[in-house]
Ligand binder design. Structure first.
Ligand SMILES: O=C(O)CC1=CCC(=O)O1
Length: 262
């Protein structure tokens, strides 16, 4: 377990693989912590430096009072990478992690040489949708949204397995304050214009049964970026790295190989 103390906030992060290898940084989604990538990591090539972290309000990182801004989420990632002396990483962002990837690529191209936009978009949801969700959580806690969230996160097949209980527990154990803080950041973000100006190598990944960022939404975002690749994972919802870790690793490895990162 590693902690980065930034004074005003601390971030929990973890490193796997080769500390001297080419860096790949993972940013996970709303309501999850860095264990979201646990099933994927063993399938990735040896020799990479694999960094993941809990964004503010999630996991073991600090949980300041809501609301948060996307600027703060991007700055946290930027400060983590600076502290770890990471340049030219491949930044893999899933859902809100993908918004962080876009914001970081716009701001710090020295840190990001390529990005993976997984189950994400330039804009996710509407202000009304996020306000309604925050209101439901303020009234009933994360338990109030847990069942409907599992329907967005996972395919029907996965929801019939006992494993879904692990991810439901991951969600309901996040601080409600942190979850609502990140909802505010997503609600206030529209990267359509800045992302359209990006030219770095990009892989977009979608889950065919994703109830939060459906494949068309991910594809439209990929089409904003010249040369971006798109891969659809069948039989998976919003978290294909959980449901289909081998296919996710294979498509990620193919991309890393194509851009000369492995
Ligand atoms: O709605 C969900 O639970 C999925 C999601 C939307 C943004 C994010 O990061 O996760």
């Amino acid at each position: 377990m590693n902690v980065l103390d930034l004074g005003d906030i601390h971030l929990h992060w973890r490193e796997d693989g080769d500390p001297h290898g080419a860096p790949v940084v993972f940013a996970n989604s709303l309501g999850t912590d860095l264990r979201m990538w646990d099933r994927l990591i063993p399938h990735l090539p040896r020799g990479l430096r694999l960094i993941r972290y809990d964004k503010r309000g999630h996991g073991l990182s600090a949980c300041p009072p809501a609301p948060y801004s996307m600027g703060a989420l991007v700055r946290d990632a930027e400060r983590l990478l600076d502290a770890l002396e990471i340049r030219d990483c491949v930044f893999v962002g899933l859902s809100v992690g993908g918004l962080i990837a876009q914001g970081l690529a716009v701001k710090r191209l020295d840190q990001v040489r390529a990005m993976v936009l997984s189950n994400t978009a330039a804009k996710i949801g509407t202000a009304q949708m996020w306000a309604d969700r925050v209101a439901a959580i303020r009234q009933g806690g994360l338990e109030a949204i847990a069942d409907v969230t599992m329907e967005r996160w996972f395919s029907r097949r996965f929801r019939e397995t006992p494993d879904v209980k692990l991810y439901r527990a991951m969600l309901t154990r996040q601080p409600a304050e942190g979850y609502c803080g990140v909802c505010a950041a997503i609600s206030g973000t529209d990267f359509l214009t800045p992302t359209s100006a990006l030219t770095l190598p990009t892989l977009a990944i979608a889950g065919a049964e994703d109830g939060a960022t459906p494949p068309d939404m991910v594809r439209e975002t990929a089409e904003l970026i010249r040369g971006a690749r798109f891969h659809l994972i069948r039989g998976a919802g919003h978290l294909p790295c959980v449901e289909k870790p081998q296919e996710y690793a294979a498509v990620l490895t193919e991309f890393l190989t194509a851009i000369g990162h492995v």
